[in-house]
Design a protein around this ligand. Structure first.
Ligand SMILES: C[S@@+](CC[C@H](N)C(=O)[O-])C[C@H]1O[C@@H](n2cnc3c(N)ncnc32)[C@H](O)[C@@H]1O
Length: 575
């Protein structure tokens, strides 16, 4: 008589199995999406639920052997309907624990269970045949539940649908590997949110019939924990590649020349090195390469010197002087002192004043973000003003736009003497209504205005200097005049997309200034006797902050409140 040995399943694994089953019973597709991706908007959740279906909740268990496992589980009320070999989880364990694939036997057992709507789903049970030598894997995996996941099935083998869903989820959860199981002809893509408060929802699987090699490669590439860090660490290479292209005037030549020999001759470059730069620029999306022909992409066209809003001067600044001073970031953080002065021997503006060529590139580079000004004349009513004074008006672009949109208005642009040359040509079309004044805003500003502009000025300076600039304005502005401050605002709560956050570090290195929150500006304005009365959003994350002289009761209040700032921001958003 042969006695068949039955697998032993640990109580801990049975308990984990039962809670996986209860999880399915408590949920449906919509509630699983909501629980796993809480940051997804209600609208996007509903859209996603139209394209996927909850199919299973998965876990990994550790019986000593696999033969007869379905029978043992049946005794515990687990209704296993299919058993197939695992490829993806087996390979993941092999990589994770450096155990050869041949030494790992992993099956997938699927047990029936209904979700809370009564629809048939499954508990997907990965079972690793756990010999005593592999017991450490069981211990570690039970502690971390790395293979637990909830799975959403994509009903059709459709690369566009799967690709779209993958991209949507990847924006909110980290890609976490995946693979193709040839036993089942299915592709799985995993995502992970290690900070999710509920361990049951830290991993999500998208599963689809079919093989999608291209999608899998992209997903695997994004899944490596170091890949994102590598991309971030080599960001400076992209900056330099773009700056080299700008310095060689490659984008200008690409308008008329497409072959390598012609481009090398036009730019005076070594053909082999230029070919390598072109290949990198192609990866960066600046250049399009087909065979031996190179052309500019739409993005790359912004680097041409002859286009409206050319970003070439910005490339020259970011990859040039600003790049050099950014190399001193560690020192700036240690000492609290800006690095530009250390690298170039003088503060940014003093250095520019002594180098007219560099000053011109800087003022042209400021023009590359002029998009910030496009809606100023829509969000601010200049109809009752007679004169606008642009304090430190730079290249004159903002004042020009305001004067062009308000034919009855006169303008005064004040800046350092070296900046006035660039402003003069910008303001040429409205020269009869405009005066250029050389001056220093720490000493005085023209006293003839109804509206004063301080655009992208305060962020160049520390708080003490800002107090001086604002006090000079307060001392010289007529009583009735209003002050408009244009700046990016640091978010009051974390915002991964905020442009103000990286620019704040840029200001730290390059001018010793900083980006600020609305509350911070409100306080600085109040100290100089102004009351912040309105905040409106502009393009590129900028805002226009409108201030007027504070009455006695507002001066006494001095710094305002968080509630006031919330209200102004609310107004800004509802505009
Ligand atoms: C970042 S730029 C902003 C220019 C312009 N307002 C804009 O938004 O494009 C700062 C300007 O401050 C000017 N500036 C620096 N120090 C100054 C001073 N002491 N008095 C007047 N202008 C000054 C610079 O010449 C430069 O044009």
């Amino acid at each position: 008589m042969t006695i068949t040995r039955m697998p032993v399943v640990a109580d801990a694994d049975l308990a984990r199995l039962i809670s996986a089953r209860e999880l399915v019973r408590a949920h449906d597709t919509d509630s699983v999406i909501a629980a796993a991706i809480p940051s997804l908007s209600e609208e996007n959740r509903a859209a996603m639920a139209r394209h996927v279906t909850l199919v299973h909740v998965a876990l990994l268990i550790f019986p000593d052997i696999l033969d007869g496992l379905a029978e043992v589980l049946a005794r515990h009320g687990v209704d296993v309907v299919t058993t197939t070999p695992s490829v993806v989880v087996r390979d993941r364990l092999s990589t994770r624990y450096a155990v050869p694939v041949v030494d790992l036997k992993v099956d997938i057992l699927r047990a029936r269970v209904t979700d809370r709507t009564g629809r048939l789903c499954q508990v997907e049970i990965f079972a690793l045949a756990t010999t005593p030598e592999l017991a450490y894997i069981a211990e570690d995996e039970r502690a971390h539940n790395r293979e637990n996941h909830v799975a959403l099935a994509v009903p059709r083998a459709d690369p566009v649908l799967l690709g779209g869903l993958r991209a949507s989820v990847a924006g909110l959860m980290r890609p976490d590997g995946g693979g193709y199981n040839h036993h089942e002809n299915s592709t799985v893509l995993y995502f992970r949110d290690p900070d999710h408060p509920d361990p049951a929802f830290r991993r999500l699987e998208l599963i689809s019939a079919g093989l999608f090699p291209h999608l899998l490669t992209t997903h695997q590439r994004q899944s490596g924990p170091g890949t994102e860090l590598l991309r971030l660490m080599t960001g400076a290479w992209a900056t330099q590649a773009i700056t080299a292209a700008a310095q060689l005037r490659l984008p200008d030549h690409l308008g008329t020349v497409a072959d390598l020999a012609g481009l090398a001759a036009a730019t005076g470059a070594d053909p082999d090195s230029l070919a390598r730069l072109l290949r990198y620029l192609t990866v960066l999306g600046i250049v399009r390469t087909a065979g031996d022909r190179h052309t500019l992409t739409e993005l790359g066209s912004l680097l041409r010197s002859d286009v409206d809003g050319s970003m070439r001067p910005l490339a020259l600044m970011y990859g040039g002087p600003f790049y050099q001073s950014f190399a001193g970031l560690t020192e700036a953080v240690r000492t609290g002192e800006e690095s530009y002065a250390k690298v170039f021997g003088a503060h940014h503006f003093v250095h520019m004043a002594a180098d007219p060529g560099l000053a011109e590139v800087f003022h042209q580079s400021m023009a590359a973000s002029n998009a910030m000004f496009t809606s100023v004349t829509q969000v601010v009513d200049f109809s009752t003003a007679r004169t606008v004074v642009d304090v430190a008006g730079g290249n004159g672009e903002l004042l020009y736009r305001i004067l062009a949109a308000n034919p009855g208005l006169r303008g005064v642009l004040m800046d350092r003497p070296h900046a006035l040359a660039v402003a003069e040509s910008t303001l040429a079309p409205v020269t009869d209504r405009c005066t250029l004044v050389s001056g220093d805003f720490t000493e005085s500003v023209p006293g003839t205005g109804d509206v004063y502009l301080l655009s992208r000025v305060l962020h160049d300076w520390d708080d003490a200097q800002c107090r001086t600039i604002l006090s000079t304005c307060a001392a010289n502005m007529p009583q009735h005049a209003e002050l408009l401050v244009i700046e990016r605002l640091l978010p009051e709560s974390p915002d991964p997309d905020s442009l103000a956050v990286p620019w704040d570090v840029h200001m730290m290195c390059n001018t010793g200034g900083k980006e600020r929150t609305q509350a911070h500006y409100r306080a600085l304005l109040a100290e100089a006797g102004f009351e912040l009365v309105d905040v409106r959003p502009l393009a590129l994350d900028a805002y226009v902050l409108r201030a007027r002289r504070a009455g006695p009761e507002t001066t006494a209040r001095s710094t305002g409140t968080r509630a006031q700032d919330d209200l102004l921001c609310h107004n800004a958003k509802s505009w």
